[in-house]
Write a protein that binds this ligand. Structure first.
Ligand code: SF4
Ligand code: URA
Length: 255
């Protein structure tokens, strides 16, 4: 398995964190090295394309399809959806990534340009950071997580989804959550917090467990926010560690 040097640094840093019982030992510089360096946009795009195989682009079910036919019929239903105005401007409907049998689910806002182009959530720069966060949690993004968004079609110009768009799309996400029935849900940023819980104040509420139909939910910062505000990664990492604890996972050396 590929083992970048950065992981030695992370592991060391996490070991120190274990002793103190928290992440606070991770200084800002370590965090920066940890979640960065995400390549600038020009370099990220080809990667995003490479990360999205042709079958995903066409919305054809990935490997787990045979296990969950209701997941695939919902995907088909969403691909034809025109329930809100975003349907008219999308290139691809962005259904989900990962495994619908996963125990860990992430919910973001909605597709950006890269996601609209590929049909796969979180494949741009923020997606690259999310992938690293997931890897740091010792989870495999494709097989051990399921990633979805509040809206499945791209809001033009990367604006936040409007209330009516979120309301139109939400029944699909709720059906997805019910099918996945994850052990934990992680909300990425203010938008899922608003539309799943009708709550405002991600700064205040992040790190505090919520409950969605009996499923523990951890709100944390959106990776796009973390790209703009690297010092906030310390808090996000604390939130993710609380999630890891539910699974009894500790950051482990990779050999
Ligand atoms: Fe349908 Fe959701 Fe796309 Fe709107 S965003 S058209 S509700 S799938
Ligand atoms: N940001 C999101 O919230 N979702 C995506 O799929 C990509 C970027």
């Amino acid at each position: 398995m590929r083992k970048p040097d950065i992981f030695d640094e992370i592991i060391q840093c996490l070991k120190t964190g274990e002793k103190t019982g928290a992440d606070t030992s991770m200084n800002e510089e370590t965090l920066r090295v940890f979640f960065n360096p995400i390549p600038p946009k020009a370099a990220a795009r080809p990667q995003a394309q490479a990360a999205a195989p042709a079958q995903d682009i066409q919305g054809v079910p990935p490997a787990y399809a045979p296990d969950m036919p209701e997941w695939e019929s919902l995907r088909t239903e969403c691909a034809a959806c025109m329930k809100c105005g975003l349907g008219r401007t999308r290139t691809n409907m962005v259904f989900a990534d990962g495994n619908p049998h996963a125990e860990l689910m992430f919910i973001g806002e909605g597709p950006g340009a890269d996601e609209d182009a590929t049909g796969v959530p979180f494949v741009g720069r923020a997606g690259e950071l999310l992938s690293r966060m997931i890897a740091a949690m010792t989870f495999d993004r494709k097989t051990e997580t399921c990633i979805a968004n509040i809206v499945k079609c791209r809001p033009p110009g990367n604006r936040n989804p409007a209330d009516d768009e979120a309301a139109a799309c939400m029944p699909y996400l709720k059906r997805q959550i019910a099918m996945v029935n994850p052990k934990v849900i992680v909300l990425l940023g203010a938008v899922p917090l608003l539309y799943l819980f009708n709550l405002k104040g991600i700064m205040r509420l992040r790190g505090h467990w919520l409950d969605y139909n009996g499923i523990p939910v951890m709100p944390t910062y959106h990776p796009a926010f973390l790209l703009r505000n690297p010092p906030a990664k310390k808090d996000a990492w604390a939130d993710l560690q609380a999630v890891m604890a539910v699974f009894g996972r500790k950051p482990a050396p990779r050999r």
